[in-house]
Design a protein around this ligand. Structure first.
Ligand code: PGA
Length: 250
C-alpha cells in the first residue's frame, strides 16, 4: 500500500526566500517522489508561496486551524480559508500545541469542524513518558476517546492518527522510539478504535509514526512496524535528508 509522508516544517524557515527555495528544491526532485503521498505542511505565511508553486505531485497541509468558522477571532485561521488555499490536511493536537494549552476538547472541536469541510485531520497523540505500569496506554486511550468524541463511524475513516511519543521528538532531545514500541502502540490504538467503533472500521484507519524519523529508521517503522506513513519534523527541512527518507521507502 502507498504510504503517507508528512513534512511538518513547524515555525521554519524564517524567510519567504528560504521557504521558496525549500519548496522549489523539493519540486525539482519530484521525479523521485515515487508512489507515496507527500504532504507538505509549511507555516501559515508560507502556505501562500507553496500554493503558488505546488504541482499535482504534492499535497498541502496546515499545522493548525481555528475551532471557529468566521468572525471576530483575532489571530485565527478558519477551515474555509485553508481549504480555499488548496489545503486538505490539517495537523491537530500536536504536542507542541498541547504544551501551550490546547486541550482535547479544543482538538475535538477542530476535528469535527474540519470534517464538516471535508478536510482530513491528522490527529497527533502520544505520551510524555513511558512507565512500567502501562499508564501511558490509558493516557493515549483517553486522548483518542476525547479527541474523537462525536465523530461518526462513517467519518472516522477520514482521519489519520499520528502516534508521536513526546519523548522521541527530536527537539526534546530524547531517545529514539523502537519499532516494537511503535507496533505495540499501533495495536493498542487499533484496539481502542475497535472498542469505540468496530473492528472493521478500526482496520481501515491509517496510523502513522512521528518522532525523530530519519533515513535509517523510516523503512523499519513502515515495514516491520506496519506504520501507514511518517510525520517528519527536523529532517523535512533538509531537502537531502528528506529525499533520502523518500528514497528508502520507494
Ligand atoms: P521530529 O518532529 O521529526 O523533529 O522529531 C516530528 C514532529 O514533531 O512532528
Amino acid at each position: 500500500m502507498n504510504k503517507i509522508v508528512i513534512a511538518n516544517w513547524k515555525m521554519n524557515p524564517q524567510t519567504k526566500k528560504e521557504a521558496e527555495q525549500l519548496f522549489k528544491a523539493f519540486l525539482s526532485k519530484d521525479q523521485k517522489l515515487n508512489k507515496n503521498k507527500v504532504i507538505i505542511c509549511p507555516s501559515l505565511p508560507h502556505l501562500f508561496i507553496s500554493q503558488k508553486l505546488k504541482n499535482k505531485k504534492v499535497l498541502l497541509g496546515a499545522q493548525n486551524v481555528s475551532t471557529e468558522n468566521e468572525g471576530a477571532y483575532t489571530g485565527e485561521v478558519s477551515p474555509k480559508m485553508l481549504k480555499d488555499m488548496g489545503v486538505n490536511y490539517v495537523i491537530v493536537g500536536h504536542s507542541e500545541r498541547r504544551k501551550i494549552g490546547e486541550d482535547d476538547e479544543t482538538i475535538n472541536k477542530k476535528i469535527l469542524n474540519l470534517l464538516k469541510y471535508k478536510m482530513i485531520p491528522i490527529l497527533c497523540v502520544g505520551e510524555k513518558k513511558r512507565d512500567h505500569d502501562g499508564f501511558y496506554l490509558s493516557y493515549v486511550r483517553e486522548q483518542i476517546k476525547s479527541c474523537l468524541f462525536g465523530v461518526s463511524s462513517s467519518n472516522i475513516k477520514n482521519i489519520i492518527i499520528a502516534y508521536e511519543p513526546i519523548w522521541a521528538i527530536s527537539s526534546n532531545k530524547g531517545t529514539e522510539a523502537t519499532v516494537s514500541e511503535f507496533t505495540e502502540m499501533k495495536i493498542f490504538i487499533k484496539k481502542t478504535l475497535s472498542d469505540l467503533y468496530n473492528e472493521k472500521t478500526a482496520h481501515n484507519i491509517l496510523i502513522i509514526y512521528g518522532g525523530s524519523v530519519n533515513s535509517i529508521n523510516a523503512k523499519p517503522f513502515l515495514e516491520e512496524g506496519g506504520a501507514d506513513g511518517l510525520l517528519v519534523g527536523r529532517d523535512s527541512l533538509n531537502i537531502k535528508k528528506f529525499f533520502s527518507i523518500l528514497e528508502t521507502i520507494k
